[in-house]
Structures are given as structure tokens and as C-alpha cells.
Design a protein around this ligand. Sequence first.
Ligand SMILES: [Zn+2]
Length: 301
Amino acid sequence: MNKLEKVYCRTYQTIFKLALPFLPYRTPEVVGSVKKLPLLMAVPTTAGTGSETTLAAVITDAQTRHKYAINDFPLIPRYAVLDPKVTLSLPPFVTATTGMDALTHAVEAYIGNSSTRGTRKNAEMAVKLIFENLDTAYTNGSDIDARRNMLHASYYAGCAFTKSYVGYVHAVAHSLGGEYNVPHGLANAVLLPFVLQEYGETIHQKLYKLAVAAGICTKDTPCEQAANAFIDEIRSMKQRFGIGNTIPEIREEDIPKLSHYADKEANPLYPVPVLMDAKELEKFYYMLMEEEKPQASDADA
Ligand SMILES: [Zn+2]
């Protein structure tokens, strides 16, 4: 991304950050020009999206396969009903991928440049609950405490990202969901460690804090070591849950269009720690492409 575009993105994000305390997150009726919606109550049936507390709705244009988010204050539900019994019958893989979606919300909100003390606290609580409960919810779906804790984690992660936004993991994941119907949580889970790795040392200090919150490291662990341990632990979680490192549906000829969509979604809105334009985002699609299998003759050689 060139210098001028970077300045534009950072200025746009700073204005949003300064406006944050004045935005009507809990009193959407003050937005004069918007029609008041009927009473909206949300009952989450997975522990992942956080939609029960966010201003975001995501739709896919059936013609263009463009999947994008609509953000508006009246979309914030008035009440959220977190009933763990509703999630008891979720199959293990859906439990894992939706839980990793919640983890991605917390991490992306936390490492972005527009977090507040409140959203950082929400994100840390979410990360701690996910590291403590997702494995149990995955292996023993009828564990009501693990299910309840995951619902709370997803809610806290939603509280964090509705104000502090997400990042390139979500932007790229949405493009994959729109084009190939890759489930959202799965796309996020596959992508998350790749994108964190790519942000590099810019986010080490923040990942260190999340690693401490998650109980992976102590406060005495060196920053870089803790950050890497956090990313490694996400990789291990994926492995335990049977989540791979590739999205086999990706076709090379689609990549320019997909990265264009991801760029449009994320820039300048998402306060990501390292800015990347469409060309730079292409690398993530290549990372996720399935490696070509060696030809029989090569294998024999
Ligand atoms: Zn998400």
C-alpha cells in the first residue's frame, strides 16, 4: 500500500476512534434519520458470531457472490438470551469452527488500533473463556458449563468487535464465504495463524497479553516467545479440532477479485495493525491453496 493510501486509512480510522464515545451503541433511537425497528431479541444458537450484541449483519449477493457486512446501530439487539441448552446439540466440528470465529473476533478487536479499555477487557475475557472451555465443548458437547462459558465468550468477543472492529482475517474469510460458500468460522480458523504471523512483531506485545490472559504464559515470559506461543497454540487447537491449513476451493484465477473484495471491506474501515492493499492481500489466498500433489511419475522417481 502506498504512503498516501496509508495516511488516508489511518486518518479515517482516527476520526472513527475519536467519535467512538459519542456513537449510539446502546441507544440507537437517537439516530434521527433511521426508522426505529421493532423490539429485537436475539437467541444465539451457536457460540460464535456475537450477533446478539453487534451492529453487524452479513449478506451475500447471490449474483456477484460478494459477501459483505452491513453495520448500523438499529441492528444491535435490545436483549440477548444466552441459553446454553440451545447449543447442546451442536456437532463437534461446528462447535469448534464457531468457537474459533469468536476467538478471531476477540483477537482482531484486541490487536487493532481502535481498542478501548473496555473492549480490551472484553476481548481478554473472551480469549480466556475460549481457551478454558472450547476443548471441553468440542469433546463433550453435553457439558452445560462449557457451553454456557462459550456463549459468554462469544458475547464478550461480540462486545469487543462491535466497537473495535475486526481485521484482515475477516475480510479475506468473507470473500471466501461469498465465492465458495466456505463456512465463516472455518475460513477464519484456517486463516487466523497465517494473518497473525504476517503482522509480525507489530502485534507481539498485544499477543503477549492475550497469551497471559489465556494462561499459556506467565508475565515473566519474554514478549516474542509468548506471542509465538499464542500463535502456536491456535495451530494446535486447529489440529485437535481437525481443521486444516488449506481451502481447496480456491482457484488462482479468482484471487484478484477476492483480494479486491477483501481490500474494499477492510480499507479504510478496519484499524488493522499493519495495512495491506489488494495486491498484498493476495498472498493469503496463495497460502491457502492446496499444494499440487506430485504426479505419479514424480512420486516414483
Ligand atoms: Zn466472524
